[in-house]
Design a binder for this molecule. Structure first.
Ligand code: UDX
Ligand code: UDX
Length: 454
């Protein structure tokens, strides 16, 4: 039996440890966090994050071999393997502000580990980190531990929110990077042995530490780049009369390209894409590669442009003024299936709408609490969980998160309550546009010309 500890009970740490605990009943899995409130929520009936299937797994294993504590330092020395999944946001100050990763939480955690250890440990980087961070972590650990031995292993997480449990249960691959030394190889094998409880061996991929760190940044950069590429095409479709959905289907059927991540929309969000690409661009620049840096930076620029373009289209369409007009925003989460709003396109779009002095009413089935916090400093914004209520008396509905339930609403009832002309701006290409236009809505979609009523 081993004790596996995870520092950081967030969107990554919580679900990952719950699934490890489920498949490794002989191991004791502990999750700690400096945020006592968050730990209390993990120990309650209302988990701190919404993730399909998560509650069931937690209820199955909590108290059996999965435990949540807020005493971080007290749990460290009892552990054999320590996963670290504290957040690594974009730096907001000093050198590299706005681009480099802020590693202060990681460093603090590494020092905490070093201080509390009296016996050897494997420290696993679960957070996404800039390449060669392990070197810094190793220096901190070895200089502060009074001779205790540490082996640092990189095991980046590829789960996507909304499908976290499925991604953890059936991963495309599990990546484990370590040093090519006897101790390094042993540590990699120990981590691999955990996943081997449920992941087929051929999906356990081992590499060097640096390749593993860089592979995580590269995977997110390539995924985001596809979204920005299709969004760039969507702008051209709107001008030319092509339809981006048709274009995406046609190119996606090419086996070399594939169908995933070609959905045009209001732009990508989430805690990772923007942060990781900015970080990749910063790394390129740091290593004297300004052209490579500019290439990746452009993926983020295009994403910002897509959000501004969406609002610009709304303003132009609605007779060049939104002042005093009620706009119903359907969806605030950065994608459906999650309560997470970090870097959600809705944040930027709602702020731009408020700058136009629109009266914004935000609706979301899971993310309203986060939406309230994100918009706390913006006056004149209202919130309701009921999309009908949001649309009542509105000049326009803007769909910003593709929650499937928005497709099943009673649009006759919605149209009845709205001002005329009744505009729908479908930022997710979710709704049945032809039907809505047939009912009398003016329908604007991403990457295709608008549809007028009738
Ligand atoms: C985070 C990062 O966003 C991501 O880049 C990385 O790959 C994994 O970690 P996530 O789990 O989504 O992902 O972050 P978050 O939900 O913010 O959780 C981090 C947790 O760490 C928070 O609950 C925070 O309280 C905790 N934390 C932070 C500590 O326990 N100790 C610290 O020193 C700092
Ligand atoms: C991502 C990576 O997929 C995951 O492997 C990594 O561990 C963390 O970052 P996540 O941020 O949870 O996961 O969501 P993802 O499904 O990748 O979507 C990111 C954003 O891209 C969302 O805002 C989504 O709406 C948008 N997106 C995705 C599109 O706009 N079009 C698409 O075709 C796909």
């Amino acid at each position: 039996m081993k004790t596996i500890l995870c520092i950081g009970a967030g969107y990554v740490g919580g679900p990952t440890m719950a699934v490890i605990a489920r498949h490794c009943p002989e191991h004791r899995v502990e999750v700690v966090d400096i945020n006592a409130e968050r730990i209390a929520a993990w120990n309650s009936d209302t988990l701190p994050i919404y993730e399909p299937g998560l509650k069931e797994v937690v209820e199955e294993v909590r108290g059996r071999n999965l435990f949540f504590y807020d005493d971080v330092e007290g749990r460290i020395d009892g552990a054999d393997i320590i996963f670290v999944s504290v957040n690594t946001p974009t730096k907001t100050f000093g050198e590299g502000a706005g681009r480099a990763a802020d590693l202060q939480y990681w460093e603090r955690t590494a020092r905490q580990i070093a201080r509390c250890c009296t016996r050897p440990k494997i420290v696993v980087e679960k957070s996404t980190l800039p390449v060669r961070t392990a070197e810094a972590i190793e220096a901190i650990l070895s200089n502060n531990s009074g001779g205790v031995e540490f082996e640092v292993v990189s095991n980046p997480e590829f789960l996507a929110e909304g499908t976290a449990i499925r991604d953890l249960e059936e991963p495309d691959r599990v990546l484990i990077g370590g040093h090519d030394t006897p101790a390094g190889r042993r540590a990699v094998e120990e981590v691999a042995a955990i996943y081997a409880h449920w992941v087929p061996r051929e999906r356990l991929l081992t590499t060097s530490l640096w390749s593993s760190e860089l592979a995580k940044l590269t995977a997110n950069a390539l995924l985001a780049q596809r979204v920005s590429s299709i969004n760039a095409v969507s702008a051209l479709c709107e001008r030319t009369g092509a339809n981006v959905v048709e274009v995406a289907r046609a190119v996606g059927m090419d086996a070399r390209i594939g169908p995933q991540f070609l959905r045009a929309g209001v732009g990508f969000g989430g805690s990772c894409f923007r942060k990781d690409i900015l970080n990749l661009a910063y790394l390129c620049e740091h290593h004297g590669l300004p052209e490579a840096a500019a290439y990746w930076q452009q993926v983020v620029e295009l994403n910002e442009h897509q959000k501004r373009r969406f609002v610009r289209d709304m303003v132009r369409t609605m007779f060049n003024t939104l002042a005093g007009k009620r706009i119903a925003v359907w969806g605030f989460a950065f994608k459906p299936g999650t309560s997470d709003t970090r870097d959600s396109p809705a944040i930027t779009i709602c702020r731009l709408l408020a700058e136009e002095r629109a009266s914004v009413v935000i609706s979301d089935p899971q993310a309203l609490a986060n939406a309230r916090a994100d918009m706390a400093d913006v006056p004149g914004v209202a919130f309701t969980s009921d999309p009908y209520e949001a649309a009542r008396g509105a000049h326009a509905v803007a769909v910003l998160t593709g929650w499937p339930e928005y497709g099943d609403l009673d649009f006759g009832r919605i149209l009845e309550g709205m001002e005329r002309p009744a505009f729908v701006f479908d930022g997710c290409n979710l709704l049945d546009h032809a039907r809505l236009a047939g009912m009398g809505f003016c329908v604007h979609r991403v990457g295709a010309p608008p549809l007028t009523p009738g």
